[in-house]
Design a protein around this ligand. Structure first.
Ligand code: IMP
Length: 430
């Protein structure tokens, strides 16, 4: 049974939460492969809105079991809070959520280090400690979830880390926010309590998913953030610290690359970005303010206003290539109603020449100018539309132009936050 991967084609916030929720209905497993509580997935069910940061949004359906893979970094306090929040709202979690014993643990000192090193300001991070937690992992000193369950070993590991943090703060001539010995005792006590409560959730998720594959069960892999925040393929250094692209599903969950045969790329009908870094199709302030308000473009994790721009087709074409997108979903199309003229960025101009592909050098990218194509907008609201044929002609033209440039099938449109607000795109319309 092929595995499905859902991946963001921009800088995150494409509306993956809603689409994962839509696709999760018929699957057996929903597995998150990277990132930490820096992500924020919003799912609206009737009058209830759920914002999930770590737990896959598949948990909101009764059937799928959910996995947080070893490619993610997990703040145990945060995870427990999220589980408690779901349970208090009537969502059963125990026996349905499994966290890889190989996932790395994010501790309070990771947040301290993020500020100490200035990553929060330079990159505009979510300040959740995600970068330093991945740094520990890659430096081969990280603490993994399985160690939470072994108090003596955990104490030894915390001792090692406290010494490292002491040296780093001393080198920077700064004092840690809390005396380190007291902090270590506090962390040990907190983690021991949490270990007891999290024990039923910590599992060998690689074996679990392989057994599921062998039984022919359907697995949906959920990426956090988006393609251009990928640490290798994004707008480095203005990226997150993990592999957000579809390949991350393979090594973040231990699934063979050959099993990832369906890749659903999620693209918003316009563009947004949170944090620093180049944004070629960014709108000037006043227009950005208007679109931000219409689309409620404020970070689900930090509440920060998102930077806003027109849809960048250069970026979309590259995202389709990098992820091997087999089908595309266009979200938030309803937000564009009432704008008389829309724009698409079809190429970049750099040193007088047009570039069909984004440059690898982020400084060069920052100097690229957008090449615009103007497209007619439409007046009618789209939130109530459920059939492709009922969309205004201009909306269909906009969608079909995007599909043509993306070079892959556009299968679904999202026209509102409600679960039902989706419009399938029939094959015959292409
Ligand atoms: P970090 O992931 O907190 O280290 O932040 C690195 C960059 O990724 C910053 O520009 C963040 O704003 C951005 N980022 C991280 N998570 C998300 C997300 O879920 N949506 C959008 N941007 C994100």
């Amino acid at each position: 049974m092929p595995v499905t991967v859902v991946v963001g084609c921009q800088w995150g916030d494409e509306g993956k939460g809603k689409i994962v929720d839509h696709l999760a209905k018929g699957v057996d497993w929903v597995a998150r492969y990277q990132g930490g509580a820096n992500a924020g997935h919003t799912v609206v069910i009737g009058r209830r809105s759920f914002v999930l940061h770590l737990v896959p949004s598949g948990i909101l359906h009764p059937r799928p079991r959910c996995v947080i893979g070893h490619g993610a970094v997990v703040d145990p306090s945060y995870l427990m809070e999220e589980i408690d929040g779901l349970v208090s709202r009537g969502i059963p979690v125990e026996g349905r959520l499994f966290v890889s014993e190989g996932a790395h643990v994010l501790l309070p000192y990771h947040r301290w280090l993020e500020t100490l090193e200035g990553q929060d300001v330079r990159v505009g991070t979510t300040k959740r400690g995600v970068g330093p937690a991945y740094t520990d992992k890659i430096s081969r000193v990280g603490i993994r979830m399985l160690e939470l369950l072994q108090p003596v070993r955990l104490r030894r590991r915390l001792d090692e880390h406290v010494e490292r943090v002491r040296v780093l703060f001393a080198a920077a001539g700064q004092t840690p926010p809390q005396p380190l010995d007291a902090a270590r005792d506090e962390w040990q006590a907190t983690l021991s309590g949490l270990a007891h409560r999290l024990r039923p959730y910590i599992a060998d998720t690689v074996t679990m998913l392989h057994e599921a594959l062998a039984r022919g069960e359907k697995i949906l892999c959920e990426g956090a953030q988006g393609t251009f925040l990928d640490v290798d393929l994004g707008t480095y250094p203005f990226v997150t610290s993990s592999t957000t692209t579809a390949g991350g599903a393979s090594f973040g969950l231990g699934l063979p690359p050959s099993s990832l045969r369906r890749v659903v790329g999620i693209c918003k009908a316009y563009a947004t970005r949170v944090g620093e870094g180049p944004f070629t199709s960014e709108l000037p302030r006043e227009e950005a303010d208007a679109l931000r308000e219409r689309g409620s473009e404020f970070g689900a994790t930090t509440g920060r206003p998102r930077r806003v721009g027109w849809l960048d087709l250069v970026q979309l074409r590259r995202a389709v290539q990098l992820n091997g997108v087999t089908e595309l979903v266009l979200t938030k199309l309803d937000v564009l109603s009432g704008i008389p003229q829309l724009r698409l960025c079809t190429a970049y101009r750099s040193n007088g020449a047009a570039r069909p592909h984004p440059p690898v050098d982020t400084e060069e990218l920052a100097s690229c100018q957008p090449v615009w194509e103007d497209v007619a907008g439409w007046e009618a609201p789209l939130t109530g539309v459920r059939r492709y044929a009922d969309l205004p002609g201009e909306a269909r033209s906009y969608v079909e132009r995007i599909e043509q440039e993306a070079g892959t099938r556009l299968k679904l449109l999202s026209v509102g936050s409600a679960r039902s607000a989706v419009v399938p795109v029939p094959t015959r319309s292409r």
